[in-house]
Every structure is written in structure tokens, then in C-alpha cells.
Design a protein around this ligand. Structure first.
Ligand SMILES: NC(=O)c1ccc[n+]([C@@H]2O[C@H](COP(=O)([O-])OP(=O)(O)OC[C@H]3O[C@@H](n4cnc5c(N)ncnc54)[C@H](OP(=O)(O)O)[C@@H]3O)[C@@H](O)[C@H]2O)c1
Length: 451
């Protein structure tokens, strides 16, 4: 970067002859590679012709900081770079959309010469990570966070430790999380460590996606994308790209887990409800002991769901499916009513729940964001009302121990943490992706360490 001329997007503004002299000196002093820009490559290569050491290679590069041209234009560029005398062709373009990377992959896979193909920018991250899958000669990693030489470059440490770069091969299956934003997701850490722990030839990455339909139309092979987790803002839009949707996920109207089946079709699930409901069921088993096989401990229970947003829908539909008598209470009553009607339950306002205790031993699930960081002191239901519940679940996981859960514990209820929902929905995703049980202990350890 420091020695890349400013006319090619670098920082060097000095004399061009001196710059090229320095590159020639590097060659004489034993450098294995030098990188020269296409614009001056022909002259530079002529100047060293006949004096190149055996183990020395010239990378001829072209940078486009605006976009990624058509595959045909890139192919023409590759031919020009080859004709300049390059040992290794290097093309860096800019991603305006994650699907731009597909054109670079296509060129790399078919290249007859060693080639480096990089699509710069956050939307181009996959081009850097999947270089070994598509036959790239190398990828670039920053030595330190922030010390990048081009936009979107990951650190060498993340390449190796987070994305298992050294394990990626042409037949590696590619999974990832689609979202916008998505860079904060810890899912790659969980899944890549899990894949590695059982020797699965698979990698999981961040997919910064603007247009879900375009993404699935572009990346439509069995090994890319083999499966995706799906987060905000795509949980609803992604529905229309699916060939089949789990019936409950369809009712909830949101998916978070997509699997490409061997015939190439896409099947979607909502693992949030499975994660939350199974955690609540285990809590009830802990309290009441085993129930007959095939029966849910939630069956017949009065199940009060606070909130009617995305998580509220998951809990209400999940509870109803298990045979619970569902009550939905929400700040905006109309939303509570709409959801309650759909699950065959009763609707009320949050204020009404405070004095609602037709029976003892009810189950409470908070899915409102009341009590979430930074509002640690807030709680969706007054402490005096909690004594009527035998189990209280809070979907909030930041903080883990919310005021609601603390007060529920003090009132004698079994409590179930939001982190359980988060971890267990991950187990389900892993199971759907791989057909194998999730390495639960490893998931838990990683969540504990990094959440
Ligand atoms: N543990 C997990 O794996 C997991 C998974 C998903 C979500 N969550 C958590 O669940 C919570 C809700 O997420 P979501 O996706 O369902 O969000 P959402 O769709 O935006 O719904 C938010 C819900 O909270 C209610 N609400 C918001 N502010 C409120 C306030 N000041 N007083 C009373 N009610 C209020 C909303 O009521 P109105 O309808 O009146 O606006 C709505 O019912 C978040 O804390 C999220 O982190 C956890």
C-alpha cells in the first residue's frame, strides 16, 4: 500500500523510476514476489527480462475501486495482464453487492494461469475467504486489526482461527449467516469451531446480503450456499425464496434457518421457537418430573406470553403447538389480539396481566425487550404477580440475569434464561445443516467465553 502508486489507489506519490528501481533491488536481494501494476507492467517486465532469479515471480495487478465489471470484461483484463508477462495475475475489484464475487469466482475457477481474485469491501469478504475453494493463488490478511492494505481485508488471525482458512478446499461446503448488518454475528465462531471439532469439510461465514433473492439465485449450488442462518432484516423476506417451509415457521411468518437439500431446493425452518420451547419444557421436567412419552410438559398449562413481536410469535405458536392454553399480552393490544386469535388464545394488555391469576402454577415467557441492556432496572411484570407462576422464561439474553428472572427466582419459580433459547436454536441449526447432533458442550463453552 505504501509503495503502491496513488494512481492505482496506493499512497506512493514519489518518482516512478525510483519506485521501480526499489522493486528491482528487492528482486536482487532475494524477494520471492513483487507486485507491479498492469499500467507499467510491460516496461517493468522487459527491464528484468533475462535477470529473473528462478524462485522469483512477478504478480501483475489491476485494481478497480468502483465496481466489479462483467465476467467478459474481467476475462479480457486477465488476458491483458497475462500478455504483460505476469507470472501471477492479480485482480481486485469492488463489491457493490455480495453477488459480484460470483464473477470473480467464475474467472478464477477457469483460469489457466495462477490468479489472485479479490473483491474489495465488506460485501466482498467471501471472495477473500473462499480463495482456496475457487483456485485462488493466495489471499491477503492484515497482520493487525485496522492495519489493512485494502478495504474489507480480514486479519490473518481471523482467516486462520475464525474461518479455518487452511481447511478450505474446492469441495468444502459453504454455510453462512445472511443479514445486514451481519459482521457482529458470533455464529461463524460457533459453527466453524464445531465443524472443525468433528472434521467436517465445511466453513461458515458472514454473508452481508442486500437482496436475498439475488443471493440465492446466484449462489445456488449444493456446496454453496449449502445452508444459511438468517437474521435481521431478512427473516420475513427470505420466505418467498423458499421451496418449502416448516409449517410452524410459516405460521410465525419468519425463518432463521435455511437448508439446501440434495436436489438443490431450499427448505426453511424457524429454530427460535424450537430452542425456546425445548428450554421451557426441560425446565418444567426439572420441576415436575417426567411426563408420558409423546406428551409435552407444556400441554394443558396456562402459558402467558408477554410481547407480540418476532420472539412473541415464536413462543405463542410454539406453546400452542405443544397444547398449552396461550395468553398473549402486549403493550399494543391490537397486536396481542391478532396473535392470540391466530394461535387460538386469549389477548390482554400488559397492565391486565398484573392481576391475572385464574390458577396457580402458570408459565410465563417474556418476549418484550423490557429489561434489556441498558435498561437493567426495568421489568415487564411486577414482582407480586410472579408468585402465580411455576416457571418464568425471559427471551432477553443481555443481561443474562434480568430483573424479571431475579424476582421470579425470589418468588420461587424455576427460571429459564434467554441464553438457553439462543444456544438451543443454534443446536437445531447445526442439526439441520449437517444431519448430526450439535457438539453441545463446545457450543456452550464458546457462548460462555464470547457472548
Ligand atoms: N434468546 C434469543 O435467542 C432471542 C431470540 C429473539 C429475540 N430475543 C429477544 O427478545 C426481545 C424481543 O425481540 P423481538 O425480535 O421479538 O423484537 P420485536 O419484534 O421488535 O418485538 C418487541 C416486543 O417488545 C414490546 N416492547 C418494546 N418496548 C416495550 C416497552 N417499552 N414496553 C412494553 N413493551 C415493549 C413490543 O410491543 P409493541 O408491539 O407494543 O411495540 C413487542 O411486543 C429482545 O430483547 C430480543 O433480544 C431473544
Amino acid at each position: 500500500m505504501l509503495f503502491r502508486p496513488s494512481w492505482e489507489g496506493g499512497q506512493y506519490e514519489g518518482d516512478e523510476t525510483k519506485r521501480q528501481d526499489a522493486l528491482r533491488l528487492a528482486m536482487q536481494l532475494g524477494a520471492n514476489y513483487i507486485d507491479i501494476e498492469l499500467e507499467v507492467a510491460h516496461d517493468f517486465n522487459s527491464s528484468i527480462s533475462g535477470s529473473k532469479p528462478d524462485n522469483f515471480k512477478v504478480i501483475v495487478s489491476s485494481h478497480n475501486f468502483h465496481n466489479t465489471p462483467s465476467a467478459e470484461a474481467i476475462a479480457n483484463l486477465v488476458a491483458r495482464i497475462q500478455a504483460s508477462g505476469a507470472d501471477i495475475v492479480s485482480i481486485a475489484t469492488t463489491a457493490l453487492d455480495i453477488t459480484d464475487c460470483a464473477r470473480i469466482f467464475q474467472i478464477m475457477v477457469h483460469s489457466q494461469v495462477p490468479i489472485i481474485g479479490i473483491v474489495m469491501g465488506e460485501r466482498g469478504l467471501i471472495s477473500r475467504l473462499l480463495s482456496p475453494k475457487f483456485g485462488g493463488y493466495l489471499t491477503y490478511g492484515a497482520l493487525e486489526q485496522g492495519a489493512i492494505s485494502a478495504p474489507g481485508q480480514p486479519t490473518a488471525k481471523d482467516l486462520l482461527d475464525l474461518y479455518n482458512f487452511r481447511l478450505i478446499r474446492p469441495d468444502t461446503k459453504v454455510y453462512g449467516i445472511i443479514g445486514k448488518p451481519v459482521g457482529h454475528s458470533k455464529s461463524p465462531l460457533l459453527f466453524n469451531a464445531s465443524f472443525k471439532s468433528v472434521g467436517l469439510n465445511a466453513v461458515y461465514m458472514h454473508f452481508l446480503v442486500d437482496d436475498v433473492e439475488k443471493f440465492f439465485n446466484t449462489y445456488s449450488s449444493i456446496d454453496f450456499a449449502s445452508g444459511c442462518s438468517c437474521t435481521i432484516p431478512h427473516k420475513e423476506v427470505a420466505l418467498k425464496c423458499m421451496n418449502e417451509i416448516d409449517p410452524i415457521a410459516k405460521k410465525i411468518g419468519a425463518i432463521n434457518n435455511i437448508v439446501r437439500r440434495p436436489d438443490g431446493t431450499l427448505m426453511a425452518y424457524n429454530t427460535d421457537y424450537i430452542g425456546a420451547i425445548s428450554a421451557i419444557e426441560d425446565g418444567l421436567r426439572e420441576l415436575n418430573g417426567a411426563v408420558p412419552a409423546g406428551t409435552s410438559p407444556l400441554s394443558g398449562k396456562l402459558f402467558v406470553v408477554l410481547g407480540a413481536g418476532g420472539a412473541g410469535k415464536s413462543l405463542a405458536y410454539g406453546g400452542a403447538q405443544k397444547g398449552a392454553r396461550v395468553v398473549v399480552a402486549n403493550r399494543t393490544f391490537e397486536r396481542a389480539k391478532e396473535l392470540a386469535d391466530k394461535v387460538g388464545g386469549q389477548a390482554m394488555t400488559l397492565a391486565e396481566v398484573e392481576h391475572f391469576h385464574p390458577e396457580e402454577g402458570m408459565v410465563l415467557a417474556n418476549t418484550t425487550s423490557v429489561g434489556m441492556k441498558p435498561n437493567f432496572d426495568a421489568t415487564p411484570l411486577a414482582k407480586h404477580a410472579l408468585k402465580h407462576y411455576c416457571l418464568v422464561f425471559d427471551a432477553i439474553y443481555t443481561p443474562k440475569d434480568t430483573r424479571l428472572l431475579r424476582e421470579a427466582r425470589e418468588s420461587g419459580a424455576v427460571i429459564v434464561y434467554g441464553t438457553e433459547m439462543l444456544i438451543r436454536q443454534g443446536f437445531e441449526q447445526y442439526k439441520n445443516f449437517t444431519g448430526l447432533p450439535a457438539p453441545e458442550e463446545l457450543f456452550r463453552q464458546l457462548m460462555e467465553k464470547h457472548a
